[in-house]
Design a protein around this ligand. Sequence first.
Ligand code: C6P
Length: 417
Amino acid sequence: MLKTAARSSGRTASDIRSVRDDFPILQRQVRGKPLVYLDNAATSQKPSQVIETLSRYYRSQNANIHRGVYYLSERATADYEAARVRAQRFLNAAQPEEVVFVRGATEAINLVVGSYGRSVLRSGDEVLISAMEHHSNIVPWQILCEAVGARLRVAPIDRAGTLPVDEFERALSPRTKIVAVVHVSNSLGTINPVKQLVSLAKESGAVVLVDGAQAAPHMQVDVQQLGCDFYTVSGHKMYAPTGIGLLYGRGELLEAMPPYQGGGEMIRSVAFEKTTYAPPPAKFEAGTPHIAGALGLGAAIEYIEQIGWGFIHEREASLLEHALERLATVPGLRFVGSARERASVVSFVMDGIHAHDIGTIVDQEGVAIRTGHHCTQPVMDFFRVPATARASFAFYNTLDEVDVLVRALQEAREVFG
Ligand code: C6P
């Protein structure tokens, strides 16, 4: 359960203290300083509600699912399937069967590539992605295209780090069988107009995957309203454990798709002559899944719903605004990405200081940010930078924490001249 202040409507400044109390790690110190955790796009911290769900499961409920006829197994199965229903409602999928538990967004994309992609893509076909994709939404398509002789096309981005819709439309052709596009860029923060992109792609006859790894923690996703065929979610970026994520797939596509992996629990019957498969989602969940992770993801969704999107949007918008304003005062700091529609992610470089040095310097003040190419090397190449420093905020961050980062950067500026 959430603490009282976080649950109440009309929240006040004291609510943030109460919300932060839900995240035990935020109370700790690193290097003798209070932890300032600003690497939420890499992975978010976990509230007690999620940690306790995992602990309770292993302490008193642990059993394998879909196998036993005894109490614990039936209970674990019911809880696992209840988490699926919670995820279905969270994404507004039409049926729970349209939600597959996977390890994370990377596995969700690989599942679509290996199953749907491999079964439909032929020599001469095209897959369209954007120039701001995470490597997870580039490399699997590249491997498939090379294997079948298809072409990987890339819709360009502009200097603001946005995806011009007219260029995207021009890159579509009757040969485009699949479009795979990111909802929110992890290195630029750009929120893509995915509803519009999906509609254009569908008009041209393509099936569309949306990589929602960085969107689902920050905005209410409605897969039916977006009209996409596949949508991927990374659990650990939305307050759930690592090793769990979601693939939404439109029912009729999942029905028709061949299995991704073979093994236990994904079959209807097995004989040496012929094996028949279980219907989705079981067809795509071979072997023992991450049961505790699924329960933890269910708890994380419940937590987000109790916190409320209004609170999340308000907090993250003010953190972004404050960060952009304050970071702009640091001499020699340049933002990478300036989309108008953006999530609470800020990438930047500083004259004369490598991004990795920025990360090391602010770490001395207890500040955790990510530095590097963020698994988006083509984005770095486009902006002609080897790496960026990236601060990414969650609703539990505070304006004071932004100020700690800015002060640390100002000190770095003095050291490096
Ligand atoms: N981005 C970051 O620091 P997984 O971890 O497999 O659930 O998600 C992969 C992934 C896919 N798409 C996008 C847009 C992502 O941002 C990520 C993960 C982390 O930005 C780690 S590189």
